[in-house]
Design a protein around this ligand. Structure first.
Ligand code: GUN
Ligand code: FE
Length: 446
């Protein structure tokens, strides 16, 4: 979409964790994918537009009850695992990896299979409003390159990682340390050479169990050399944690293993973090490492409950992740609901005999923050996406809570905050008319 696009109607976005701003009669001006102007309380858009001296523009008017929301950010998902997503939730993490994940991922040696599966998963995520996603791929260089191509073609904003695994992995799905480093370097160069600002390579050691010390140190060096972010898994499951600790006895905690190998920092983010001591959370805070909260996965693989309040109260950046296929839903709308249930469960477990306590479970405004601006902070994209501010990219969802094709029923008496809440809890992709990334319409139900 070239030229100037103007959107007029209700805008909903986060200013901070607790502040959700709802703007009525709002105007967003978008030029070459970037928001150049945001106006509030514009009574007459035509008169307003004459003051802008635009020569060529297209005006898009939202109908009453419709609103624009910043695009959703998934800070942790496994693209190849979409093949079996929605099945195989019979086991806990380590057995689940062996039975379901490794056989599935090893099939991505076949590049055609990879291309087909990646086209399906990226299309589905876009349909569900995920405009930015941080993907784990597999260990295979060629298939990882196809994921970059597919993402580029379909227009998603994405962080994409070639997975690294040089130990404690099955014979049929493992790489040598040298191949792992060489192929990671080749993958970063392939992706960076495209000069597509929407697609970023990310260093992706699967988890400490599957990575030798030499490999992790080499990956840390590559992250510095190419200035790319780092993602991995941390403290997801009790058996995983004890096995990990036994492999790296010189480090004082699981979190310290990553720190000792140069993998924590402001451009790093860790998925899960379910079972963490206070000093481990302090280590994330002091290194400015973020986390991806994957509540659906943590229930589905019965890993446990992550109390994100503990992290946020220490200043750790938190975003949401689907962790497809540990989580069965390819949707950050679902991730908001799962996070709501996780925090309600924490409250319930801390109840007194009258079913009360003071635990402050997550509110709708906070869930929307975590799904948008919070995730943007985790990925270091807070100046690029996550809210409607001049200078940021227009990554947005055009929501219609009232459409008869949708899954929300409005009764007529709802105020705007109730309409937004009803979308959060009862809406679906069928209520997302248009999905925009960097100003381009990339999906939608309209
Ligand atoms: N830990 C290591 N690999 C994985 C994975 O594929 N999914 C999840 N949920 N945890 C992991
Ligand atoms: Fe994961």
């Amino acid at each position: 979409m070239s030229g100037v696009q103007v959107y007029y109607g209700t805008l909903v976005h986060s200013l901070s964790l607790k502040e959700l701003e709802t703007i009525e009669q709002g105007v967003i001006v978008v030029e070459d994918g970037i928001i150049t102007q945001v106006e509030r309380n514009v009574k007459d858009v035509d008169t307003f537009l004459t003051t802008l001296n635009l020569t060529n523009y297209k005006l898009h008017r939202l109908e009453p009850k419709q609103f624009l929301l910043p695009g959703l950010v998934d800070t942790h998902a496994h693209a190849p695992q979409y093949v079996f997503s929605g099945s195989g939730m019979d086991l806990q993490l380590l057995e689940w990896l062996n039975k379901h994940v490794f056989p599935c991922e090893s099939a991505f040696k076949n590049v055609q299979h990879a291309e087909e599966a990646y086209t399906k998963v990226v299309s589905r995520f876009l349909k569900n409003g995920t405009t930015t996603c941080s993907w784990f791929a597999t260990i295979h260089l060629a298939a990882c390159q196809r994921l970059v191509d597919v993402v580029e073609k379909l227009g998603q904003r994405a962080y994409i990682g070639k997975v690294n695994m040089d130990q404690n992995s099955p014979d049929y799905y493992i790489e040598t340390t040298q191949d792992s480093l060489d192929n990671t370097k080749a993958f970063i160069e392939y992706t960076q050479q495209k000069k597509n600002k929407l697609v970023t390579p990310v260093i992706t050691p699967r988890f400490a169990i599957a990575c030798s010390s030499t490999l992790m140190k080499g990956l840390s060096a590559l992250a510095k050399e190419y200035n790319v972010p780092i993602q991995t898994h941390l403290c997801e499951n009790p058996d995983e944690i004890s096995f990990t600790r036994s492999l790296f006895p010189d480090s004082s905690s699981y979190t310290a293993i990553y720190d000792d190998h140069g993998l924590l920092g402001p451009n790093s983010y860790m998925a899960h973090c379910v079972h963490m001591t206070d000093s481990e959370i302090d280590l994330l805070a002091s290194t400015n490492t973020g986390i991806a909260h994957c509540a659906n996965s943590n229930f589905s693989l019965h890993s446990g409950l992550c109390d994100v309040r503990r992290f946020m109260s220490k200043g750790v950046k938190v975003g949401l992740g689907t962790d497809v296929a540990g989580g069965f839903a390819p949707s950050i709308i679902d991730a908001m609901r799962s996070s709501f249930f996780a925090s309600k469960t924490i409250k319930f477990l801390q109840r007194d005999q009258y079913n009360n306590n003071n635990y402050d479970y997550l509110q709708p405004a906070e869930l929307i923050y975590l799904a948008t601006l919070g995730g943007a902070h985790v990925l270091g994209l807070q100046d690029t996406i996550g809210s409607f501010v001049p200078g940021k990219a227009f990554d947005a969802l055009w929501i219609d809570p009232a459409t008869s094709q949708g899954t929300v029923d409005l009764m007529g008496q709802e105020d705007l905050s109730q309409i937004v809440e009803k979308f959060l809890y009862t809406g679906s992709d069928r209520n997302i008319l248009h999905v925009y990334v960097n100003g381009r319409r990339v999906s939608g139900s309209a």
